[in-house]
Design a protein around this ligand. Structure first.
Ligand SMILES: [Zn+2]
Length: 367
């Protein structure tokens, strides 16, 4: 294919906005504010996502995670917990977080998101309805959904969800990769099954009902398999994994087995494809020299299992190592171009890029 034709494709695909299932930009900004002082409104070479690069990449918005990182005082950190094995790696389980510590982080990140909205001059909006997202995609403002990654952010009472809902919370991951009062997350290892521990607690089941009652999206990424089946049995909403891949292609507990994908299809839910190379590669290695075709293979597998209406993106920008070929959010048009070269038509690309997310959010949140 000639150079010119390639530029032509990229130019056209830039007009399809991408709505994305997961980024960790809030934590990245919060931690860097103490150090390097990266601003969301200035183009940086650091991190993956800021407003100028989002505009370059056609990024229309997504779920902005509030994730409380492991407490350094607990003595656990990913590096020292990592053990290399013959087949891959194993990270010793992260201990539960003190709920007050988690809530402190969640409050700081929530405040930061609203401050970004206030300082953005209408260029970023914290959205609570799908109509608002549609408006943003039309006007070119960034649509940000307030998302908690780990229900320890709420404290230990499921009833606290409503307070956060009133504030604007519209999406909740029951766990990160650690246990909390509601459920247990999968540890990081390769290879491995997601069947790693107990299902939801009674408080977890109550929290699922609260999410259904209020219309809060329940994110199944990081949840272990028994917890997944508990939610599948209990929830009235479509089953959604915001940033996970296919276990059949990369057998880490963070990815979804074909049985889980069948349940997602039956519930009319969806999967956001994670760009984290460790969850893409068949050898599980955290190597940025991972070709875009590896992402395409996961899209193909997921589309084969759940259908073209139930796959989107869940980049994990600012939270994981992504393929060099994407680099950061400004590289999204390259991924769309590779998907097009691979045979996905414009209508299918629109579904993958944002229409499927809008459909599932409409079904979950209500009209
Ligand atoms: Zn995550």
């Amino acid at each position: 294919m000639s150079r010119n034709r390639r530029f032509c494709i990229i130019g056209r695909m830039e007009r399809i906005p991408v709505f994305d299932g997961h980024n960790d930009t809030l934590l990245n900004l919060l931690l860097r504010r103490r150090g390097q002082g990266r601003s969301f409104f200035e183009r940086s070479e650091t991190g993956h996502l800021d407003l100028p690069r989002a505009l370059e990449g056609g990024f229309g918005g997504g779920l902005f995670a509030c994730f409380a990182p492991p407490n350094p005082k607990s003595g656990w950190d990913e590096e020292s917990a990592l053990r290399i094995t013959n087949e891959g790696y194993e990270v010793a389980g992260s201990p539960p977080l003190d709920p007050d510590y988690a809530r402190g982080f969640a409050d700081a990140m929530t405040k930061l998101l609203f401050r970004l909205e206030a300082e953005s001059g209408d260029r970023l909006k914290v959205v609570r309805t799908t109509k608002e997202i549609e408006g943003c995609l039309t006007d070119g403002a960034l649509a940000a959904i307030l998302h908690f990654e780990g229900a320890e952010n709420l404290g230990t009472e499921p009833g606290a969800l409503e307070e956060f809902y009133d504030l604007g919370l519209r999406s909740l991951g029951l766990v990160w990769s650690r246990p909390n009062a509601y459920a247990s997350g999968v540890p990081f290892r390769f290879p491995g099954s997601p069947d790693t521990g107990p299902g939801l607690t009674d408080a977890g089941k109550e929290l699922v009902r609260e999410c259904n009652r209020l219309g809060v999206l329940i994110d199944l990424s990081h949840l272990n398999e028994r917890g997944f089946w508990d939610v599948a049995a209990l929830s009235e909403a479509p089953l959604v994994a915001t940033h996970s891949n296919a276990h059949a292609l990369c057998p880490t507990p963070r990815n979804l087995t074909d049985r889980q994908l069948d349940a997602i299809r039956k519930s009319d839910g969806m999967v956001g494809v994670n760009f984290a190379v460790a969850f893409l590669r068949d050898d599980g290695r955290d190597d940025a020299n991972t070709p875009l075709e590896t992402v395409v293979r996961h899209v193909d597998h997921l589309v084969g299992k759940v259908g073209i209406d139930r796959v989107g993106f869940g980049s994990d920008f600012d939270g994981a190592r992504v393929p060099k070929a994407i680099g950061d959010v400004s590289g999204l048009p390259k991924l769309l171009a590779v998907l097009e070269e691979h045979g996905y038509g414009e209508g299918e690309l629109r579904k993958l890029a944002h229409e499927n997310w809008l459909r599932v959010l409409r079904k979950t949140w209500g009209p």
